[in-house]
Design a protein around this ligand. Structure first.
Ligand code: NAP
Ligand code: G4F
Length: 330
């Protein structure tokens, strides 16, 4: 008998890649999808006919629903990936974000505890929890969350440790730095840049508007990161982990690289909120737009994944160039 996994957030980027990975490993994969008036399962539609792939309606903020699903599915492993995962949106919907990204893990923890299940739980933590703490951020770096999203994730992280210590439950925290892919949501900056560059190249869009070009991120590929999630869950003891590449680039550099793949050289002119990116003929292709700035910004994230490297043998297989090529080719 293969293992049974339950994935919340299965319709998102990581949920889709993790589903593929677990099915390849012989798992029965159950996922929670939200009821929506429009289609929201495109990322997993190709798995729909797989005999070991099953979707259930649900919402992580509904603890009764989570309890019922966990009691019915009796999973060996739960991956809690569900989240309102957009940092900027969390400033506009703080209470919902804290409910979905912070409080909701309690519904899962309590269900597993009250049902007495021997079930491992993974919580999708984030480098945003470090906020503007000095880089490189490692497992000793203090959390300095500076968005409702990051505050919620810090709460979930500590609830996991509390249940691990109090009830001896197998609670695993993955603190993952930014990871992208062709399945990345369209409003995250890497996908937005790739889509816009291609549309500008094809004459379907005139300009790309961005916020803080100086923000620096440690960007990896989601395929590498879901493999790391699974490896953390197989480790003999429940622990906290960091997955990152250690390589950093700014939003400006990422944009330059993407346009260069289309043989467009961007020349940056001006500073701050007046900065623009022009092609060699002087046409403005990128402009800074105030609306994409956040009330609070995390300026520089660079992770130190040494523990995952030493204890799990995890290391990223995709370079930043590989990632951009994969996103451009999609
Ligand atoms: P994503 O593409 O935004 O996917 C989020 C998933 O959560 C979607 O399936 C979404 O469903 C679901 N969801 C949202 N609210 C829900 C609710 N109340 N009940 C049930 N499902 C809900 O995010 P991702 O990039 O795959 O990230 C996966 C997890 O890792 C998230 O928790 C994120 O915060 C965390 N994380 C991501 C990164 C990264 O760089 N990607 C880094 C660190 C941590 P719909 O499809 O219906 O919207
Ligand atoms: O792509 P982003 O929106 O990702 P962000 O805020 O780093 O969050 C992502 O990674 C986290 C891990 O560190 C996850 F936990 C989280 O769920 C999510 O997946 O923005 C990246 C940077 C930011 O500094 C932002 O201010 O790009 C800057 N940026 C500049 N212009 C922009 C834009 N971000 C977006 N989304 N859109 C812009 O136009």
């Amino acid at each position: 008998m293969g293992k049974i996994a339950l994935i919340t957030g299965i319709t998102g980027q990581d949920g889709a890649y993790l589903s593929e990975l677990l099915l390849r490993k012989g798992y029965e994969v159950h996922g929670i999808k939200r009821r929506s008036s429009s289609l929201n399962t495109q990322r997993v539609d190709r798995l729909y006919d797989h005999p070991s792939f099953k979707l259930h309606y649900g919402d992580v903020t509904d603890a009764i629903n989570m309890h019922q699903l966990i009691a019915k599915i009796l999973p060996d492993e739960i991956y809690n990936l569900a989240a309102q995962s957009h940092v900027a949106v969390s400033f506009e919907m703080p209470l919902y974000t804290v409910n979905a990204d912070g409080t909701a893990i309690l519904g899962i923890l309590e269900a597993v505890r009250l049902l007495g299940l021997d079930c491992k739980i993974y919580q999708a933590g984030t480098s945003e929890m470090f906020g503007n703490a000095p880089a490189p951020q490692n497992l000793s770096t203090p959390f300095m969350p500076c968005s409702p999203y990051a505050c919620a994730k810090v709460m979930a992280h500590h609830l996991m440790i509390t249940y691990r210590q109090a009830y001896d439950m197998h609670c695993v925290n993955g603190i993952l730095f930014n990871h992208e892919s062709p399945l990345r949501g369209e409003t995250f900056v890497t996908r937005k840049i790739v889509d816009a560059a291609k549309a500008i190249y094809n004459g379907k869009q005139n300009i790309l508007k961005l916020g803080n070009l100086n923000a620096s991120r440690d960007w990896g590929h989601a395929r590498d990161y879901v493999r790391g999630m699974w490896e953390m869950m197989q480790y003999q003891t429940p622990e906290d982990w960091i997955l990152a590449t250690g390589q950093v680039c700014t939003v400006r550099e990422f944009t330059t690289k993407v346009f260069a793949k289309l043989d467009i050289k961007l020349n940056w002119v001006g500073t701050g909120r007046g900065e623009v990116g022009m092609d060699n003929s002087g046409r403005i292709l990128v402009r800074v737009d105030e609306r994409y700035y956040r009330p609070n910004e995390v300026e520089y994230l660079q992770g130190d994944p040494i523990k995952a490297y030493e204890l799990l043998g995890w290391e990223p297989q995709f370079t930043l160039d590989d990632l951009i090529n994969d996103m451009m080719d999609a």
